[in-house]
Design a protein around this ligand. Structure first.
Ligand code: USQ
Length: 382
């Protein structure tokens, strides 16, 4: 397949590009370095620098012999979008091109506006470009489990059958997110569903939980090919943050009671899920939704696992409860279904002591460049 990855420089975009390329697909990446720029403006540079896309693509070519095309530009700009789609004519689009941080979206009016404008406009441009240049192409859109929030009933995979006054109808599962970022993802889903119904697009929405991890099969131990690894409050996800905190000797920042449960997965599984969704596509006029997680944890359990793995490596890992800067339920029911991707063939890479140890070892190599001041700044939701 010819696969166009929107947001190909990001934490997930570049590992996905290498994975699909290694599997024989013809891959192109588009990015405007929005995430890199936001991170450096907010003192959130990653643990170690990663080359920009053209250099990554040439390193990948030298190790794999495979080409990944690169387009640098802003996907909110229609002229650029149409140029890219005309030049590449994809069979499939993977859409990651969004401002991905919940805390960033709650930072200020300006950050909220950027998140809204960027996320909704890139999604709309993706839809219009498919309609105009490649109407048969499928879209695989990265959604988030956070769209559902933490309802007091089981979370189904995307849809809910509702019986009301003796009549039945299937609806998108109710969504109520707990950040503006997550809310833009709900709006994306609604927009895609509208165009699936109206124009017959083929769309898969992957409702992903927080991802952890730093290496994939394709990066191996070559740091030049590893993803952009954030540990700062705005752009780092919780487990990646805890591992860096453990190495830096900063107490693990458990927000509130730490009983918040989420569905997690290793970045190795993310790239496999995206490939499986592409290789077994949704049909025309179908919005297919998968919940993309492999296991659930509460925050305290993650902190406990990191503490044990770190202490076994002679790190002095402490855990600290800090007042929760976010507005989120801390004690709640959480029972999401996630069988769809397993049915497509996903073999989960579950979180083990060995995985934690190997991540800690990699972080230890970069201990000297950790900036403790970017670990916690306390962006408040309310
Ligand atoms: N948390 C802590 N301490 C920290 C950081 C986070 O206790 O230092 C807690 C949060 O309060 C939350 C949980 O850990 O309850 C997960 O937080 P997170 O920062 O790892 O994840 P989140 O902000 O929800 O966002 C991340 C990605 C986002 C993706 C989402 C999936 O940044 O792009 O959509 O995970 S989900 O959480 O399922 O919505």
């Amino acid at each position: 397949m010819k696969i166009l990855i929107l947001g190909g420089d990001g934490y997930l975009g570049w590992p996905t590009a290498m994975h699909l390329s290694a599997r024989g697909h013809d891959v192109a990446c588009v990015d405007n370095y929005l995430r890199r720029n936001l991170c450096s403006n907010e003192d959130g540079d990653p643990l170690f620098p990663t080359p920009r896309l053209p250099e990554r693509a040439s390193i990948w070519k030298s190790v794999s012999g495979k080409d990944v095309q690169v387009f640098i530009g802003d996907l909110t700009q229609w002229d650029f979008v149409s140029e890219v789609f005309r030049a590449f004519t994809p069979d499939a689009i993977v859409h990651y091109a969004e401002q991905p941080s919940a805390p960033y979206s709650m930072l200020s009016r300006r950050a909220a506006s950027l998140t809204l404008a960027n996320n909704l406009q890139t999604t709309a441009n993706c839809v219009f470009a498919v309609r105009e240049f490649c109407p048969q192409a499928q879209i695989v859109k990265l959604g988030t489990m956070g769209e559902y929030g933490t309802p007091n009933i089981d979370i189904e995979e995307g849809w809910l059958d509702v019986e009301h006054k003796g009549r039945r109808q299937r609806f998108l599962y109710p969504r109520q997110a707990s950040s503006l970022y997550h809310t833009t993802k709900i709006m994306d889903t609604d927009m895609l569903w509208f165009y699936v119904r109206t124009w017959g697009l083929a769309v898969t929405d992957l409702m992903q939980g927080p991802v952890y991890g730093i290496t994939t099969q394709e990066s191996g131990s070559d740091e030049r090919l590893m993803p952009f690894f954030n540990y700062d409050e705005l752009f780092g996800t919780v487990l990646n943050r805890f591992l860096v905190q453990a190495v830096a000797g900063v107490p693990l920042t458990v927000y509130g009671s730490g009983k918040q449960i989420r569905g997690y997965l290793n970045i190795i599984d993310t790239v496999n899920c995206v490939r499986l969704a592409l290789e077994k596509p949704a049909g025309p006029g179908e919005l297919r939704v998968f919940n993309q997680l492999t296991e659930t944890f509460d925050v305290l359990t993650l902190a406990d696992m990191v503490q044990k793995a770190g202490n076994a490596m002679n790190l002095d890992v402490r855990v600290q409860h800090i007042p929760n800067p976010r507005k989120e339920a801390e004690e709640h029911y959480y029972n999401p279904a996630y069988t769809g991707l397993a049915d497509l063939g996903l073999k989960p890479t579950l979180l083990t002591d060995e995985i934690l140890r190997s991540m800690l070892q990699l972080v230890l190599k970069h201990k000297a460049s950790i900036r403790p001041q970017s670990i916690f700044r306390g962006v408040k939701w309310a």
